[in-house]
Design a protein around this ligand. Structure first.
Ligand code: BG6
Ligand code: MG
Length: 217
């Protein structure tokens, strides 16, 4: 058996925080006088905070000074932090602990591969931090998904080769990053949106132990 590495995205895979990112961006858009739809929010998944604001301003056709831009970044994050402040284990997505425990029982190394700069406090709040051998997040990368940097750093931290890694992702950009890194990509969410993934699951509840065992071979 090859030495495997399993890499989890955070937002929308482990916890349902995509909705809080959406609400915080929507509030800012509304303050600036335009709408921000759930469909447009798909483009924000897996994308850095800075790039999200750039896209939001493009949608609203708004230009901003650097100072104003930085101020809106802070405002969005403060709103987001207000949402996540009250998070607890009840916001872990279905069957995530089962899959993490399955891997831990088999001593498979696990990494986080997220664009978020808020990843560690969120994992602490929901009590899942001890499962992770490595945290690679928005504070550790210079290039955003679909660049594979975040997953390549995770593979290296887990002391394994990219080809031996499995990535769980809910973002199109994240699936593309995993594919570019030659990792096995598993889409968590809408299969029609994530059709570039090697495998698709609506959520972890349908992911059997047999499937996970096959991934370990
Ligand atoms: C990703 C989310 O995980 O993290 C994006 O899918 C978000 O929507 C990005 O913009 C950055 O998150 P944060 O917490 O650093 O603003
Ligand atoms: Mg995500």
């Amino acid at each position: 058996m090859k030495k495997k590495g399993f890499i989890f995205d955070l937002d929308g895979v482990i916890v349902d925080t995509a909705k809080y990112h959406y609400l915080a961006w929507k509030k800012l858009a509304n303050e600036l006088g335009f709408e921000f739809t759930l469909e447009q929010n798909e483009l924000f998944k897996g994308v850095s905070r800075k790039r999200c604001l750039e896209i939001l301003l493009e949608i609203g056709n708004i230009s901003a000074s650097q100072e104003q831009f930085d101020q809106w970044m802070i405002e969005k994050n403060e709103d987001y932090l207000n949402y996540i402040e009250k998070m607890d284990a009840s916001e872990i997505l279905p069957d995530v602990p089962r899959v993490l425990q399955f891997l831990k029982n088999r001593e498979v190394p696990i990494a986080l591969g997220s664009a978020s700069k808020n990843a560690t406090p969120i994992l602490e709040k929901v009590g899942l931090l001890p499962y992770f051998n490595s945290i690679v997040d928005g504070n550790s990368v210079t290039k955003a998904k679909p660049d594979p940097e975040v997953f390549l750093i995770a593979a290296s931290n887990l002391n394994t080769e990219p080809q031996n890694c499995v990535v769980f992702e809910d973002a199109v950009a994240g699936i593309q990053a995993a594919n570019i890194a030659q990792m096995t990509s598993i889409g968590i969410g809408e299969p029609s949106t994530l059709h570039e993934a090697d495998y698709n699951f609506k959520d972890f509840t349908k992911m059997t132990d047999e499937f996970l065992n096959d991934l370990l071979q």
